[in-house]
Write a protein that binds this ligand. Structure first.
Ligand code: HEM
Length: 433
């Protein structure tokens, strides 16, 4: 019925102890080979071609069913038989293996099912409407220009008559931009951004190290509640999202834990994704200067191009782990009840059954409909904001530094060490005005 695919290790969930009760596959847990991180698409294509569902085992042997085909992923995203409640997922995982971390230390909408999901999402929905996001445009433009000025100054400082200095576009541009935007949105101090990055990286990539994960969540929680308390003591109500969250708490719609979870989700979801999209889009344009020139010639092409960057290298390669609440037939394969499932957005967005010539970056592609923002009730709340940031950032970067080149061999680039996200650790470039 199912195909055992020699797939790489996942980072979430990452169980520790194997129980030999897994008949579908003999696949042993494996380390992510560097080739998978730098180019996961051949592996994802093999999965997609071989069967509608593949099984892989996490480190400790927890069985995970991967759905890679576009039509199946799209259907599953809107199917309530795939649930996400973290507490139920934890109980299920605990009944199989020991030590798996399903993220119950944080309560947020992405790890909740209705009615909790509906209530949590409603509190912040309006803040991400088209009108509110459009109102953020001047703020995003200002931050972008400040960062570009910083890049300019850094390059000038380190450039001599004979050598041109390289800068890291991830560290100096792609990371600070979305995190500074989320800080403005929430009303959080931007100078603490390295702290947010540290917590976020730990939470996203260290699920296996439960102690580190828990410490990061606790530190972040204490930090968020201290800011909230200070506001209440001083009776400060600036026009930002934290004020709206505190008002919701006053109305009894949110608990303290849910405020912390909401902030954590927005801080993490708001930058881990956009930073990846920015870094992979920049790399794609560095690889193909002709495409960069085409975009620079007419900035109105940018919104369509960003949709294609999202499809081509989807920042979330695997959606959050789900579990089945009853048996589900996926393309003729029945996934039994109480099984963990990964929906591969990265594989779906390269499915030749849905997209023509899917492995080519075609910036004026007409066949829209990528799944990079997920779908169904959990469809990305910040999609409009993520796209706005990327459009503004790429347009400004291309205009300011038209002759930018990669400052290392492409094979030397380091990719994020997780199969859930797709993004670069660093992107060294030489800037040319
Ligand atoms: C280009 C950037 C982005 C991409 C590719 C992206 C992608 C996604 C995806 C795939 C999901 C659904 C995951 C799942 O179903 O398992 C999601 C959910 C979410 N995203 Fe984004 N995201 C981006 C930017 C943002 C931004 C800027 C914010 C907010 C500041 C944000 C906030 C959220 C939230 C709150 C959810 C949970 C929605 C729910 O559970 O109802 N995202 N995102």
């Amino acid at each position: 019925m199912t195909t055992a695919t020699a797939a790489p290790r996942t980072n979430s969930p990452r169980p520790h102890k194997h129980r030999p009760d897994t008949p579908e596959t003999t696949t042993e847990p494996r380390r992510n080979p560097p080739t998978f991180l730098s180019d996961p698409y051949p592996t994802l294509a093999r999965m997609r071609e071989s069967a509608p569902v593949s099984v892989l085992h996490g480190d400790g042997g927890l069985r995970l069913w991967i759905i890679p085909r576009y039509a199946d992923v799209r259907a599953a995203l809107s199917d309530p038989r795939f649930a996400q409640d973290a507490r139920r997922a934890q109980a299920l995982a605990d009944s199989r293996v020991e030590g798996v971390n399903m993220g119950t230390d944080i309560t947020h909408m992405l790890s909740s099912d209705p009615p909790d999901h509906t209530r949590l999402r409603r509190v912040v929905q309006a803040a991400f409407s088209r009108k509110r996001v459009e109102a953020m445009r001047p703020m995003v433009e200002r931050i972008t220009l400040e960062l570009l000025d910083g890049l300019d100054a850094a390059a000038a400082r380190h450039t001599t008559r004979t050598t041109t200095a390289a800068v890291d576009l991830v560290r100096d541009f792609a990371f600070p931009l979305p995190i500074l935007v989320v800080c403005e949105l929430l009303g959080f101090p931007p100078e603490d951004r390295d702290l947010y990055r540290k917590w976020s990286t730990t939470i996203v990539t260290q699920e296996g190290d439960h102690a580190a994960f828990r410490r990061a969540v606790q530190e972040m929680g204490a930090y968020v509640l201290a800011i909230a308390d200070r506001r209440i003591r001083r009776d400060e109500r600036p026009a930002d999202l934290l004020t709206e969250l505190l008002a919701a708490r006053e109305r009894g719609e949110l608990t303290d834990d849910e405020i912390v979870g909401m902030v954590a989700l927005l801080l993490i979801g708001g930058h881990e994704t956009t930073v990846n999209l920015l870094s992979t889009s920049c790399l794609a344009l560095l690889r193909e200067p002709g495409q960069a020139a085409w975009l620079r010639a007419d900035p109105t092409r940018m919104p369509g191009a960003v949709e294609e960057f999202l499809r081509y290298d989807s920042p979330i390669c695997m959606a959050t782990t789900r579990f089945t609440t009853e048996p589900v037939d996926v393309g003729g394969v029945v996934i039994p009840q109480d099984e963990f499932v990964l929906l591969s957005l990265g594989a779906a967005n390269r499915d030749p059954a849905r997209f023509q010539d899917p492995d080519r970056l075609i910036l004026d592609r007409r066949d829209a409909g990528h799944l990079a923002f997920g779908g169904g009730i959990h469809r990305c709340l910040g999609a409009l904001l993520g796209k706005l940031e990327t459009e503004i950032a790429l347009t400004a970067l291309l205009a300011r530094f038209p002759g930018t080149t990669l400052a290392c061999q492409e094979g030397d680039l380091r990719w994020r060490n997780t199969m859930m996200l797709r993004g670069l650790e660093a992107l060294p470039v030489t800037l040319h005005r």
